[in-house]
Design a protein around this ligand. Structure first.
Ligand SMILES: C[S@@+](CC[C@H](N)C(=O)[O-])C[C@H]1O[C@@H](n2cnc3c(N)ncnc32)[C@H](O)[C@@H]1O
Length: 279
């Protein structure tokens, strides 16, 4: 059972707060995620009747996709932030997934008994945690012995793009510094295997996959949300508060994103590490 009670948001140390926050510019990217574009490595393991836990579910579009595949299995989704769960509940409701339960919990102290779920999933969560190995241990604990723990995280250091518009490299370096100063690991993808081994999994199947944004529509969407995140999200507040960016530099990053997005040759690759782990 959990080792730490969940602190109220006011009691949280700043480094424990999710670096992006839940500004609409952040949620626009989360809402786009589907089982096909973000959990393809897990899909062959899903079947009706499995019980599934989604850790760090955010606005819940991915949770809802997974829930459709395991229905009538029990699905519980948790996030440390209460605020985003209303949107997740509404998304499940719109899809008629009334059995899915959403509630707050900390990935480091999951309040579920040992061996509670067949599938324990976390997408783009471990990179934000100060103790990703501890979270994997918790996910392993609540997973049944014949179940699977599935995790997927981006790797900011391995992202690549074209053309090399002035300012995007500086954006990446600034993001990596802010994420690290917030207790996370922006280059999580390449580290997932080492974390799972430390967490004690008996069998780990690693793989990688990528998002590619290179059509006019994708460029416009991806550059627009990043330009806005750079100046208006929790990331921007955090960057200013930590003294890691001045207002002018944040605006320059936003301009760089718009310049990349307007280029018909624009290409952006987001690589992800992913693991299927047997407890
Ligand atoms: C990048 S979002 C991913 C949301 C969703 N999994 C998706 O891919 O669309 C990360 C989520 O993890 C949540 N989170 C961060 N730290 C957490 C923790 N310690 N325990 C549970 N959730 C956490 C954040 O509040 C945020 O909603």
């Amino acid at each position: 059972m959990p080792r730490h009670p969940l602190p109220s948001p006011g009691e949280e140390p700043p480094e424990a707060r999710y670096v992006h926050g839940h500004h609409d510019s952040v949620l626009r990217s989360h809402r786009w995620r589907t089982a096909e574009n973000s959990a393809a490595y897990l899909l062959p393991r899903l079947r009706p009747g499995l019980d599934l836990l989604d850790v760090g579910c955010g606005p819940g579009t991915l949770t809802a996709d997974l829930a459709e595949r395991v229905a009538p299995g029990r699905v519980v989704a948790v996030d440390r932030a209460e605020g985003v769960l209303a949107e997740a509940r509404a998304e499940a409701g719109r899809r008629g997934l009334d059995g899915v339960r959403f509630r707050t919990a900390d990935a480091l102290a999951l309040d579920f008994a040992d061996d509670s779920f067949d599938v324990v999933h976390a997408h783009q969560v471990l990179q934000h945690l100060a103790d990703p190995v501890g979270a994997l241990r918790e996910m392993r604990r609540v997973c049944r012995p014949d179940g699977v723990v599935a995790v997927r995280d981006a790797d900011y250091g391995a992202m690549s793009w074209f053309p090399e518009v002035p300012g995007l490299a500086a954006w990446r370096e600034r993001y990596r510094r802010v994420a690290s100063a917030s207790g996370g690991e922006p280059d999580a993808g390449r580290r997932l295997l080492s974390w799972a081994r430390k967490a004690g999994f008996s069998e780990v199947t690693p793989s990688a996959s990528a998002w590619c944004f290179a059509t006019e529509g994708d460029r416009s969407w991806w550059s627009g949300l990043w330009a806005e995140r750079t100046v208006a999200s929790t990331f921007a507040e955090r960057a200013r508060a930590l003294g890691l960016a001045r207002e002018r530099e944040l605006r320059e990053s936003a301009t760089a994103w718009h310049a990349w997005g307007a280029d018909p040759d624009g290409w952006f690759l987001v690589p992800h590490g992913e693991l299927l782990c047997r407890p």
